[in-house]
Design a protein around this ligand. Structure first.
Ligand code: FEO
Length: 161
């Protein structure tokens, strides 16, 4: 069994990960409507990764004999003013998720829950990677997507993910 606060935080984080999946599916839908199928596919895969993150947390809670609570997922529909904005928003969102993971880590540390802290190490590494990937994508967009040809090439590249 885990400390109740830790179990609650992990259940909240499952919801945030599923919200992240929903958010990225919404971004995928945005690019689909723009007929940028590479961008759309890239975000669809990103959404699938978020579901895997939720799944990892569900397995951990189950292994610890804790209840798994699947709560309502918030509405993710956003309006973007241009093709760049979802990419900037992704980076902002990943930085927010990093802050949530860090807060659970700190809470685990406070109650000497080394097992959960160790479990979260994977997520801390993953967040480093997610932020770096989102930053690189935004940078690439700024370098390449200034004209239609660059945008076409970036879309083709993203389609290979
Ligand atoms: Fe599950 Fe993109 O953080």
């Amino acid at each position: 069994m885990l400390n109740k606060k830790i179990a609650d935080l992990l259940n909240d984080q499952i919801n945030k990960e599923l919200y992240s999946a929903y958010l990225y599916l919404d971004i995928s839908a945005y690019y689909l409507r723009k007929h940028l199928y590479g961008f759309a596919g890239w975000f669809k895969k990103q959404a699938a990764e978020e579901t895997e993150h939720a799944d990892k947390m569900m397995s951990y809670l189950a292994e610890q004999g804790e209840a798994i609570e699947l709560k309502d997922v918030a509405h993710a529909g956003k309006t973007y003013k241009d093709l760049r904005e979802p990419l900037a928003f992704q980076l902002e969102h990943e930085m927010y998720v990093t802050s949530l993971i860090n807060a659970i880590y700190d809470a685990a540390d406070e109650v000497n829950d080394r097992r959960t802290a160790h479990f979260l190490d994977w997520f801390i590494d993953e967040q480093t990677e997610e932020e770096a990937t989102a930053t690189a994508l935004l940078r690439k967009f700024d370098l390449l997507a200034g004209d239609n040809r660059g945008l076409y090439e970036l879309d083709a590249e993203l389609g290979k993910r």
